[in-house]
Write a protein of this length. Structure first.
Length: 270
């Protein structure tokens, strides 16, 4: 991983789209700092399309799509995208799995939930589970005392033993049934909403993230960036970003935004 200040200005100058995780990428210590939100606004005003790509639930994503300065949001690790059209006041909701199948999958996930709670002491169902459409989120450090890496690995194995896909974020292990992830729904969102072919245009896109569930995005985008806390997962992440910031969380995200915006102005970011 190279420092974000080493991203060549010519590479930064051609970026027209930015995708970013939310938890511990835009946030810091569980809160969204004003500087990170302002960075989203500055990027959008500069003509750079912005979309969060998150593991957070549908209920949160509806609000984000409506109220944040973004083009849309991919949620629940790729289960859907939401995009709100301000002029028509209409929300576009596209899911990877149909309604009936999601209902059946939620029933299967109840069995997984019961097994995890019984076999991994100290864990809990995520507080935002009520607002989820497609996955099961197991909390290992957000609202419970932090569990050791061995417990997190055990949660992930139980999901997989039950035939589910499982991904580890900085706060949750998320599990679901279905062949999708952050990258597959980002591809669909980019095509439908932004008119982009990410396979063709990936050199013009930056993804910013922080944890193992961002690995498909880190691997795919040549200019992917990690905020500094991604370094906590070295050795436990399948693919690393090309660049890394000096600061953690939302403050690191501001470093990425500053680099892109400075390049557009033909100067070096401070």
């Amino acid at each position: 991983m190279r420092a974000i200040v080493e991203m060549p200005l010519e590479d930064a100058r051609r970026i027209n789209t930015l995708f970013a995780d939310i938890d511990d990428t835009l946030t810091k210590d569980g809160r969204l700092p004003a500087c990170a939100y302002q960075a989203l606004e500055r990027l959008l005003e500069a003509g750079i399309a912005v979309a969060p790509i998150t593991g957070r639930p549908a209920g949160w994503c509806d609000m984000i799509a409506r109220m944040w300065p973004v083009s849309g949001v991919v949620g629940e690790n790729g289960a859907f995208y939401f995009s709100y059209h301000q002029e028509s006041r209409r929300m576009r909701r596209v899911f990877a799995i149909n309604d009936d199948q999601r209902a059946d999958d939620r029933k299967r996930l109840k069995t997984v939930r019961d097994r995890i709670l019984a076999e991994v002491p100290g864990t809990a169902i995520s507080a935002d589970q009520l607002y989820r459409e497609a996955d099961l989120a197991i909390d290992f450090c957000e609202d419970v005392p932090s569990l050791p890496a061995s417990a997190v690995d055990r949660i992930k194995r139980i999901f997989e033993e039950e035939g589910a896909v499982a991904k580890v974020s900085s706060i949750h292990v998320n599990g679901w049934y279905g062949a999708y992830d952050k990258l597959t729904m980002t591809r669909r969102f980019a095509s439908d909403v932004l008119g982009l072919d990410i396979d063709r245009d990936k050199d013009n896109i930056v993804f910013v993230g922080d944890s193992p569930n961002d690995a498909p995005m880190f691997r795919f985008f040549p200019n992917a960036c990690g905020v500094a806390n991604v370094l906590h997962f070295q050795g436990r992440i399948e693919a690393e970003p090309t660049y890394v910031t000096a600061a953690e969380g939302g403050h690191g995200f501001v470093e990425v935004a500053d680099r892109l915006l400075a390049a557009r102005k033909g100067r070096t970011a401070a």
